[in-house]
Design a protein around this ligand. Structure first.
Ligand SMILES: [Mn+2]
Length: 314
């Protein structure tokens, strides 16, 4: 299969922008304009640096309930740049990437190069030589190795949107190990930035998403950043995306208690707080949450259900 050839100094990675017309998570009104401004800033910066823009999955927050006006705006914005986009779990409807999802509309408009099947995605011609860029979209396998001949490429960069066991996420399924023939593996999906980890010849990177979606101290302390790859780099280089102060994009309220957030000891309280902090339409999951988390043997359970009934009736 013929893959596109591009020219540039490197790759400009933008992870998980989660574009949406209505604010996702705990974000306030104005989200659409804010996230589009971030993406545009990234595309302009990538062009200034002569780098190829590359979305690491979850371009959209919702796969297909996006107004046409938003799609038209994205088509106009992407048209001069033709960025690459790996398919993320949020880009799919009922776990499938079909012509029914918004990302497919952008692809049909010819303004974005979608990677919906695992494999080599492009050859990037850099001043240092040819670079093979591959991708494994959501739910597709990562390569166990990549075969290349001496002198074929100066580097092989593989992109992914997977549950990788980076240091903060020991319980995730995919272990960090060397992938012979792959020099860099750059992952989206895990929104919290992680330090890069070397496994043999493969450097595993997880730059973290450019949109802040959750109301936590961690989001408050974090500066959303894109990640720049150049041939031979020791690690990705961060580029802080211009963004509004935390206070302007999240509601003015208290954080959940420190213990629950940090220790992870009380998953129940953590989950319950998250539920309570979600506003309006997302609050409906309380009953489901209680059913899944309350221990029927425990004496408090009956009291919690009584309270629940009271709240629902009230
Ligand atoms: Mn995501």
């Amino acid at each position: 299969m013929q893959i596109p050839e591009c020219k540039g100094r490197g790759l400009f990675f933008i992870a998980d922008p989660h574009v949406a017309a209505t604010p996702p998570g705990q974000r306030l009104e104005g989200y659409q304009e804010q996230v589009l401004a971030k993406i545009e800033a990234c595309l302009i910066r990538a062009a200034e640096l002569d780098m190829v823009p590359f979305f690491l999955g979850d371009l959209f927050n919702w796969p297909r309930d996006n107004p046409n006006s938003l799609l038209v705006e994205l088509i106009a914005m992407f048209s001069p740049y033709k960025p690459f986009a790996l398919v993320g779990n949020h880009d799919k409807y009922q776990a499938r990437f079909t012509s029914d999802v918004s990302l497919a509309v952008l692809e049909a408009a010819g303004v974005i190069r979608v990677i919906s099947e695992p494999g080599p995605a492009m050859v990037l011609n850099t001043p240092q030589g040819r670079v093979l860029v591959g991708g494994s979209p959501d739910a597709s396998p990562l390569p166990s190795s990549f075969s290349r001949q001496e002198g074929d490429y100066v580097a092989v960069v593989w992109t992914a949107h997977h549950n990788v066991a980076f240091p903060d996420f020991n319980d995730k399924q995919i272990r960090l190990k060397e992938i012979p023939g792959v020099d860099y593996l750059v992952n989206g999906h895990i929104h919290r930035p992680q330090p890069s980890v070397r496994a043999g010849a493969t450097l595993w990177c997880n730059p973290g998403n450019v949109a802040r979606l959750t109301f936590t101290r961690r989001s408050k302390d974090r500066k959303p950043a894109a990640a720049l790859w150049t041939p031979g780099c020791e690690d990705l280089e961060r580029w802080i995306v211009p963004h509004l102060p935390f206070e302007q994009v999240f509601p003015d309220q208290e954080f959940p208690p420190e213990e629950a957030e940090e220790s992870g000891a009380s998953r129940f309280m953590e989950g319950l707080e998250r539920l309570a902090w979600r506003r309006t339409r997302e609050g409906a999951g309380l009953k489901q949450f209680l059913q899944a988390n309350l221990n029927p043997e425990s004496p408090e359970t009956e009291i919690v259900w009584e309270l629940y009934e009271e709240v629902i009736r009230g």
